[in-house]
Design a protein around this ligand. Structure first.
Ligand code: NAP
Ligand code: G4F
Length: 337
């Protein structure tokens, strides 16, 4: 039986990847930070067979201890401060966790594996945010990286450090350059979930307006369940490598709003949306669209959920959730920055 250690187990991707690996018969360990992490219950409820270990990416010895206990064949580093807007507010912390945390875990793997580095395969959760002010479209593995946020800069550090450990030590280390991927489990701070929750709340009469930032930004949005499968496929290859994972389609935030409101039968969506300049970012990534031909050819990977299907899945899930729980308006907190 194979064994995997996942950081970022409480996040969207950590949960989907755990489910995938458990289905494949893996022993799965997950790293959880904090002495009383509020999301520990979610992990226990969603993936009860995952064995939880305490640790933090900023604390190398805690990661090393987790490796020694779990003895994994595969390590998936999904842990990060991942909200781009927040990364300007805590740039140093974001650099420590999202950037230097990658060096910590690579170094922990190197020390743990000792003279037999081939016994552990490593996945780094890199991001299309690294392309930032994109220098070509679509973006591929060879496109120049031009990050536009402290988060993007930290991810570039982690990406190159992963490549460096592969080249310096021959580690089986792969960097997944994943474009935006979403689901009903997406954090409520990200735009797709903010819109799906907002539209559901408006439909149910719990909210009057949705307050938004830049509607012209364009993203290549896919389904998170498909993207964790690409992570696993990377670690089944004979060598570590870098792969772009994307749908190849791009949509604006405006398209997202229109599509989400259509799910609940509202055509005049502009009447329900306001703009708040405070939600604009100090520097924006205007447009992303990925060229995932390498992943499609080498990994045999392809997305299975279209943009309208994804939006419908998220809106319907939030509608169901709000109806079931009869969420009070004051507790929704949708329009906060
Ligand atoms: P997410 O939902 O925000 O989850 C992030 C995870 O990182 C959480 O489990 C969080 O734990 C953990 N974490 C935060 N600080 C940590 C620390 N100091 N030590 C250990 N763990 C820590 O993110 P996601 O959407 O699942 O994404 C997974 C990874 O892929 C992230 O690295 C993200 O940057 C990257 N990525 C995501 C996308 C996307 O579109 N979703 C695209 C490209 C790359 P707590 O619960 O304790 O905060
Ligand atoms: O949903 P977002 O916050 O995601 P963003 O910044 O693209 O980052 C996500 O994807 C990256 C992959 O490229 C990941 F690496 C990263 O961890 C994260 O998962 O914002 C998407 C777009 C932005 O252009 C933003 O300015 O939506 C725009 N937007 C407009 N109004 C908004 C809002 N974003 C948020 N969160 N909230 C708004 O009200």
């Amino acid at each position: 039986m194979s064994c995997a250690l996942i950081t970022g187990i409480t996040g969207q991707d950590g949960l989907y990847l755990s489910e995938l690996l458990l289905q494949k018969g893996y022993d799965v360990y997950g790293l959880i930070r904090g002495q009383n992490n509020p999301k520990a219950g979610l992990v226990a409820e969603t993936v009860p067979d995952v064995r939880v270990l305490a640790g933090d990416l900023t604390d190398l010895s805690s990661v090393l201890r987790a490796l020694q206990i779990s003895q994994p064949d595969e390590v998936y580093n999904l842990g990060a401060i991942s909200f781009v807007a927040y990364s300007w507010k805590q740039a140093a912390l974001t650099s420590d966790v999202t950037g230097k945390g990658v060096l910590n875990i690579l170094e922990a793997v190197r020390i743990y594996a000792g003279s037999d580095l081939s016994k552990v395969r490593f996945y780094q959760a890199s991001s299309s945010e690294m392309f930032g002010k994109a220098q070509q479209a679509p973006q591929s593995e060879s496109t120049l990286l031009w990050p536009r946020s402290p988060y993007g800069v930290a991810k570039v550090f982690g990406h190159y450090m992963t490549i460096n450990y592969r080249e310096s030590y021959g580690m089986h280390a792969s960097s997944g350059m994943l474009f935006n991927h979403e689901s009903p489990r997406r954090g409520i701070e990200f735009v797709t979930r903010k819109v799906s929750r907002g539209v559901a709340a408006i439909k149910l009469g719990l909210l009057d307006t949705l307050v938004m930032g830049n509607l012209e930004a364009r993203r290549d949005w896919g389904y998170a369940g498909d993207y964790v499968d690409a992570m696993w496929r990377m670690l089944q290859q004979p060598e570590g490598d870098d792969y772009v994972v994307a749908t190849g389609e791009t949509h604006s935030v405006r398209d997202l709003l229109k599509t989400a409101f259509e799910v609940v039968g509202i055509e005049n969506w502009q009447d329900y949306v306001e703009h708040d300049p405070a939600l604009l970012r100090p520097a924006e990534v205007d447009a992303l669209v990925g060229d995932s031909s390498k992943a499609r050819q080498k990994l045999g990977w392809a997305p299975t959920v279209s943009f309208p299907e994804l939006v419908r899945m998220m809106v319907e899930s939030d509608l169901e959730h709000m109806q079931a729980r009869q969420v009070e308006t004051s507790r929704l907190g949708i329009n906060g920055r």
